[in-house]
Design a protein around this ligand. Sequence first.
Ligand SMILES: [Zn+2]
Length: 311
Amino acid sequence: MDKVLGIDIGGTSIKAGMFSTEGQLEAAAKIPTGEIVSEADFALVTEGLKKLLEDNGATVADVVGVGLDVPGPVDDEGKVGMLANIELDPDGLQAALKRTFSRANLAFVNDANAAALGELWQGTAKDASSFVLVAIGTGVGGGVVTDGKIVSGAFGAGGEIGHITVNREETASCGCGRQGCLEQYASASGIVRVYKQECKARGVEPVKLDGPTDTLSIFNACRAGDEAAQAAISTMCDYLGYALAQISVIMDPQMYLIGGGVAGGFKLFAEELRAAFRKYCLAPSVSTRILPASLGNDAAMYGSAFQAMQG
Ligand SMILES: [Zn+2]
């Protein structure tokens, strides 16, 4: 039976899924890795994948596609650009995979785009022709799908919605070196930053936070009536709703999906976010749906497999 492998590459391990060509996730495994730059590292990956197949009644000869996501730009030709946060030799890994899986089509895809493709294949956006996935984690990533295809852009910067300028008065700098980006207010670290400012302005102590991206504690504080937490969440909803309204002016998608770790609080902020979007959007776009993504941390694995089947 034909199988497709979807591989989500992280800093310390890779997560691999074995899929049927119809999109059923049949088995998954986490393979510990460090940097992936030498023949020994590549062998660790290919041996781990072989074991996943063999443990589940399949062989390398069954594999028709291997898709991999990377945390960095991938252009329309599938060429991987500069990877800032991970030690990976994509060409070397690709060659090793090609030797092991001779039947398979190989594909690289950007991680946010992979998550969007996953939602398109088997998630909330199944059967949608246009949508934008907003992945809210440490930063804000985006995956833009129009006519059923990812928009990666001429320079690989398509869908970088975390860097839409939403506040031209901001003096603090974003990770990209500019000021006033959406990510500075609507990412996990942005929400924590704004929350601390709101506490300071009120002369109150922040609740105990488990690190610089602990939005869970802020959401819980909000539910318990913490005004500074409510203010930080309102700021996030206002800027995010504003940014989505700007995106709608250009591509007018059917829906927005909210994914990433912060989506765990979706129920808490959904109505306020929808209201902010309606406040700023052009009249014809007012009924655009804003929904939670449904595949969680597996979305990129699904999307990588899906991408490998496209070639
Ligand atoms: Zn930025």
